[in-house]
Design a protein around this ligand. Structure first.
Ligand code: FES
Length: 274
């Protein structure tokens, strides 16, 4: 909440000792472009993923066993036959519960608390601040020290859940090597599923929490050569974490969209074998 006008001179960028600049920023470049593109990109993904997660149509190709990542794992009797790779321990679900109700909240929590996405939406959605040398509209900054933002500290636990979900996605991709008449087969859908799952692993493993899990709290790297080796690899991937964050949003949409086209018989899968 903005501070009353009388307080405004005493806090934030209006504190005593800060330069007295009346303009919001002196920047002349298009500093607003990056936050704007971020908002558009994130909003497009959220709208697409929300719609697709609830519609319950064309998420599984019975012929080729392709399962959309937005419906994995499918564990209820509402799932179409064949889509439940781990059985159906749950009864029929009402339409307002997504079929992947067990994984979606964890995936959402993982992305929402991700260090990169925090930076993206703090800047682009909350304008806190929107760019370097551009004053934020909020008068006070409390950081992540109290509710609700203290919840961001749960990221490491979402990381463990994301690892389990990545294993499930990997299983989905492996058992999709299925021919139309049974037995082994593969087509373009398999390539898309495998590339998607590899990139999901890359995004997950490049997580800051993974870096801490592999090499954190060590006093002497020389006494832990294996952990040190893993930590150096994870650290290298970590420098590209932002790129993997965006790429995997794209590959998730592409994978679901392709499976939707095949499962609805809008297009035929390009088959290489079987
Ligand atoms: Fe981005 Fe962990 S920091 S997923």
């Amino acid at each position: 909440m903005s501070a009353p006008a009388t307080e405004r001179d005493a806090v934030g960028v209006f504190s005593p000792g800060r330069a007295r600049i009346l303009a919001r920023t002196l920047r002349q470049d298009r500093w607003w472009l990056s936050p704007l593109l971020t908002v558009i990109g994130l909003a497009a993904f959220v709208i697409y993923a929300t719609v697709r997660s609830f519609v319950r149509t064309a998420y599984y190709s019975t012929e080729y066993h392709y399962l959309s990542p937005f419906y994995s794992p499918c564990l209820s009797e509402s799932c179409v036959p064949g889509a439940s790779h781990f059985g159906t321990p749950f009864p029929e679900l009402p339409m307002w519960i997504p079929l992947a109700f067990l994984s979606l909240p964890f995936l959402l929590g993982f992305r929402l608390t991700c260090y990169y996405y925090r930076k993206a939406y703090y800047r682009s959605v909350w304008l806190s601040p929107p760019a370097c040398a551009v004053a934020e509209p909020h008068s006070r900054y409390t950081g992540e020290t109290r509710l609700p933002l203290i919840i961001q500290n749960s990221h490491r636990y979402f990381f463990y859940a994301a690892v389990i979900i990545s294993v499930i996605n990997t299983y989905d991709a492996v058992i999709a090597f299925h021919g139309a008449d049974g037995g082994f087969g593969f087509g373009l859908g398999n390539v898309i599923l495998v590339v998607n799952v590899l990139l999901l692993w890359t995004y997950t493993v490049s997580c800051h929490s993974c870096r801490h899990v592999t090499g954190g709290r060590l006093k002497h790297f020389s006494k832990h050569p294996v952990r040190y080796w893993i930590w150096t690899r994870v650290s290298k991937l970590n420098t590209r974490h932002m790129q993997f964050a965006w790429i995997t949003l794209g590959t998730l949409v592409l994978t679901d969209f392709y499976i939707m086209l095949v499962a609805s018989n809008t297009i035929s899968d390009l088959r290489f074998v079987g």
